[in-house]
Design a protein around this ligand. Structure first.
Ligand code: GLU
Length: 277
């Protein structure tokens, strides 16, 4: 009897050991080496915006997402994987970009995403690749000239869920109310239908809207600094290193400057030299 009990005990310990070892081996999708998988498949899967003119916007004519972030992703892919490397794109919003990355649906996020200490707790960022700043979009003829004019109770301002613009704005205009919309297309629609006195987010995004909607203008200058970074999952040090190297190469070979000028060179009221720093 004693022998049997000892035998069963040994068997249980063995089972436990096997379970521990096998659970160590089966990593979550987001923990596996993104770079080795990208090399194997010759593809990097990027999360990009599809509602944000100038950065990532779906062109209904050919169903392609186009913009600065998309061109950057394509150029970075070629630097990292070589000339035959493929960039594939998945649509993200300000709200879905971190969950989609954490779930392993995308390898990296390049989507007007500011590097912030809060976000750095859950994802890693590349070096910054663009400098934006938060501003305001208002209807032409509006008496609103700056954030100060909005800091009144009863004043409603529009922003997008998942954007740090909500908290940034509440800090400088605590008396105003912020109505959060799901994406930038809906936020612009809400501004047009008079649901808010202004729409607040980064200057580049707002200028993209103003270009398309001449009845609206960007006011108040930039009241925050928004350095954009490429987000990847934690534990992907070699991938981040490769992205940073690629960014450096694109700056050195002039391609970065070409992409910035393509999208922002003709946008009046935008200092693209500042954005490039
Ligand atoms: N750059 C800001 C952010 O990361 C606003 C733009 C956006 O919604 O992506 O939240």
């Amino acid at each position: 009897m004693k022998k049997i009990i000892r035998y069963l005990g040994l068997l249980t310990s063995l089972c436990l050991l096997v379970m521990v070892l096998s659970s160590c081996g089966s990593k979550k999708a987001s923990d596996q080496s993104v770079l080795s998988r990208a090399k194997q498949t010759n593809t990097i899967v990027w999360g990009v915006k599809a509602d944000t003119k100038l950065f990532g916007l779906m062109d209904v004519k050919d169903s392609q997402i186009k913009g600065f972030d998309v061109d950057m992703a394509k150029a970075l892919t070629k630097q990292i994987l070589g000339p035959t490397g493929k960039a594939s794109f998945i649509q993200v919003s300000s709200q879905t970009r971190i969950p989609l990355l954490k779930n392993g649906n995308i390898d990296a996020v390049i989507a007007t995403m500011t590097i912030t200490p809060d976000r750095q707790k859950v994802v890693d960022f590349s070096n910054h690749y663009f400098n934006a700043g938060q501003s305001l979009l208002v209807k032409k003829g509006s008496p609103i000239k700056s954030v100060k004019d909005l800091n009144k109770s009863g004043t409603q301002v529009l922003a997008v869920t998942g954007a740090n613009s909500v908290a940034n704005f509440q800090k400088v205009a605590p008396k105003a109310k912020v109505l959060e919309l799901q994406d930038y297309a809906q936020a612009l629609q809400a501004l047009k239908s008079g649901q808010g006195k202004a729409l607040t987010t980064d200057n580049g995004i707002l200028l993209g809207m103003a270009v398309e909607n001449p009845g609206y203008k960007v006011v108040g200058g930039a009241f925050t600094k928004e350095p954009y970074g490429i987000a990847v999952n934690k534990g992907q040090k070699t991938f981040v290193k490769k992205i940073n190297q690629a960014l450096k190469q694109l700056r050195a070979n002039g391609e970065y400057d070409k992409i910035v000028k393509k999208w922002f060179g003709n946008i009046s009221g935008f200092d693209y030299k500042e954005a490039e720093k």
